[in-house]
Design a protein around this ligand. Structure first.
Ligand SMILES: N[C@@H](CCC(=O)N[C@@H](CS)C(=O)NCC(=O)O)C(=O)O
Length: 250
């Protein structure tokens, strides 16, 4: 079975996995889950039926996942989710690591240097920064805009929290070309897709964040950035504007 990645391209962590798979030329099967239609948890999506593979599970994802049980895929109903014949993963950071180690070959060893304990730990550190700080703040802002509509959101508070992340990233990048060292790692992929998302609202400008600006330009010049990030980002922008009843600054 080809490994499967469950995606909605509007999601930043999904886009990081797409970029990595493209860079490492990993052959994945993609299954679309439309988050804005609630497909990750709607009755339509969670269909109760007996599994064709005769396991004991009764709850199945509607059409896309056929005989794979929900509980085997993602108990928190988020994308990206990943499944191959050995493992199911429900977080982009672990998916990035696993893809490098299991399917990445020599390219994977550069992007996730698993054999160099110190470097590997630094990569993990930056993945945790993305997961627990940058993405959290992005997600808090975007979900509040969707829930309440832009006009009801205290956007200045979000600006303070998100530009604080820009300050931190700018310091990370003071002495190296990428967020861990002078070579690109999966931490850069994880950060750039979320950064490009919050940049829709608060532009990363050269005068305030010189190092971050240069790194961002470097990441944007990757072919995989335009192939795997831009489409989903533009789709998110259009969806957010529709749901939040506003326009992002140009
Ligand atoms: N830390 C997780 C975050 C995953 C996540 O929150 N995904 C969002 C889309 S960006 C989602 O699927 N939300 C749907 C929901 O919470 O119902 C990761 O990096 O994979």
């Amino acid at each position: 079975m080809r490994p499967v990645l469950y995606i909605d391209k509007r999601s930043p962590p999904v886009r990081a996995c797409l970029m990595l798979a493209r860079i490492l030329k990993i052959d994945l099967e993609y299954k679309e889950i439309d988050l804005f239609k609630g497909e990750q948890n709607s009755e339509e999506f969670l269909k109760v039926s007996r599994c064709r593979c005769h396991c004991q599970e009764y709850i199945h994802l509607h059409y896309t996942l056929s005989c794979v049980s929900v509980s085997q895929i993602n108990k928190s109903h988020t994308v990206p989710s990943f499944q191959d014949d050995k493992i199911t993963l429900t977080d982009s950071h672990s998916i990035l690591i696993y893809l490098c180690e299991q399917y990445g070959g020599d390219g994977g060893k550069l992007l996730y240097p698993s054999e160099d304990r110190l470097l590997r730990t630094k990569v993990i550190n930056q993945l945790f920064f993305e997961s627990s700080i940058l993405f959290r703040r992005d997600s808090d802002m975007m979900s509040e805009i969707i829930r309440k509509g832009f006009s009801q959101v205290d956007i200045l508070t979000h600006e303070r929290k998100i530009t604080e992340c820009y300050d931190i990233l700018d310091r990370f990048l003071e002495n190296s070309k990428y967020v861990v060292h002078n070579e690109m790692t999966i931490a850069d992929l994880s950060v750039v897709t979320t950064l490009s998302t919050v940049d829709l609202m608060f532009r990363v400008t050269e005068d305030k964040w010189r190092h971050l600006f240069k790194w961002f330009a470097r990441m944007k010049s990757l072919p995989e950035y335009s192939e795997c990030n831009t489409v989903g980002l533009n789709h998110l922008k259009e969806t957010m504007e529709r749901f939040g009843k506003f326009k992002f600054p140009q």
